[in-house]
Ligand binder design. Sequence first.
Ligand code: ZN
Length: 487
Amino acid sequence: MDRREFLEATTVLAGSTLIGHVPQPQPAPPMIGIQAGAVSFVDEGTEKVLDNLQQLASVNTIFLATFTYGRGIAGRQVPGQPLPDHGKQEYDTATFRGGNFATPHPQYYSNTAIKPEKAPDHGGYDVIADVLPAARRRGMKVICWFEDVFAADVPGLDQAREVFASGPAPSTACHRNPNTRNFWLGLVEDYLRSYDVDGLMWGSERQGPLGNVLVASHGGGGAGGRGACFCRYCVEAARQQGINVDRAKDGYARLVAWAAAVRGGQKPVDGAFVTFWRLLVKYPEIIAWEKLWNDALSDTYRDMHKRAHEIAPAKGIGWHIWHNNSFSPLYRAEQDYADFSQYSDFLKVVMYNFCGGERLAQYVRNVNRSLFADLTLEQTLELTYSVQQYHDQPLDKIPAAGLGADYVLRETKRAIAGAGANVKIWPGIDIDIPTAATSKKTTPDDVYASVKAAFAGGAPGVLLSRKYSEMRLDNLRGAGRAIRERR
Ligand SMILES: [Zn+2]
C-alpha cells in the first residue's frame, strides 16, 4: 500500500466508524496505463494530451517512452499507415533519430563506452521534466519506459556489439558485455536520481541464437537468421562453465547451413525435424550457448531490479514481454514467469490481439520454412495453437480477423498463475498497432472486448499500447468504456 492508498484506506475507516459498521478492505484501483512518446506532447500540447488520456480512457499512469532509437514506441505514426485523428498531420520519417528523450546526466555513464545521447528530435525538450509535474497535478503517475533498441551508429556501441561468426556488424548489444550492462544500469540510476518518477519499465524484443537461426518469430526484432554471439565475454563465460567453444562454433555453423538449406527448399531425406534434432543431440553446445544468451539477459533484469531497489525501494521496476511469447514455444519456454517473479515488480505481457493474427500467420510461415518444414502451413498453425494453449481461426482467416478476446483472457490467466501473487500482470492491449491494409484494424468495440477480457482474467491493470501517437481517439474511448465498468 503506498501513501495515497493508505490515506484513502484510513479515510474510509474513519468514515465507517462514524456510521458504525466494520469496513471491508477496498481492492486497489486498477492501473490504467498508456504508452506515449515525446512527439505527442510536443505536437498536441501536454495538457491537451493529458485531458484526452484522462477523459477518454481514465488513464492514471503514463508510460513515457524515454529511451529508444526505434519507431515502435517513439515518433509519430509509421510511414505508410494512416495518420490518426489527432497530432500533427504529417510523418516524421526524415527527422526521427531517437536516443534519450529526457536529459542524460553524464555522471551515471562513466563505466560504459556507449555514449548517452540526448535524442535530438525535439531540440532541448525533456519529456520527463515537462510531463511529470503536469501529470502529478492531476494525480497521474509517470513510469519511464525504455527499450533495448540502438541505432547502428551510436558512439561507443562498437565496444558492446554482439560478435557473429560472419556477416556485417549488428546493431544489437551483447547482454553480457559490461559496456551494455553498465549502460542500462546508468539509465536506471539516471532516471531514478534525476527525476521523481513512479517507476521504470524496460523491454528487450530479442531472443537467443537458436530462435534467431530458426527465424522462430513473427519477423520483428532480433537478428533473424544470424548466429550466436562469440564475443570475448561470452567465450570467457562459456569456458568457465566448461562449454567447448570450438564445438559450439561448429554446431552453430552447421545449424546455420541446415537452416539456409531448408529455407532454400531442400528436403533432407530424414526430414527437417529429425535432422534438426540430430544436430542438437550431436552438438548440445548449441543449447548451452542458447542458455548462455538467456542467462545474460536474466542477469540484466536482475541487476537492473537490484539497482532500482537500492535507489528507490518503494518504486517498481518491471518488464515488457515481447509478443513472440504468444507464438514461439521455444521463446515461451525461456519466459518463465516464476523466474521473473524473483526480479520483477510487474510484467507487461504483450497480448496484442488485433495485430496478433497477422503476426501469428507470419510466425507460422517462418517456422514452416525451418523447424516445421515437414508439416503443411495449416498443420504448423494447429501445432502452434495446441502447444501454446489457445485456439483461434484458421490460417486464411487470422490476418483479417485478428485474434479474439479469448486469447487475451487465456494469456492473462496463464501469466497470473505463473507469476504468483507478488508480481502484477498488466496485459499489453493493442490499440491501432499498424498492420497491412488487408489485415485486422482496431475498432472501439474490439478494444472494449479485449480490456474486458483482461479484467475477466484477473488483471489488476492494463497497458494501452504501443503509443498514443498511432491510436484513434474512438478506440481509446472503447477502452474507457470497459474501464469505467470495472470501477
Ligand atoms: Zn557476447
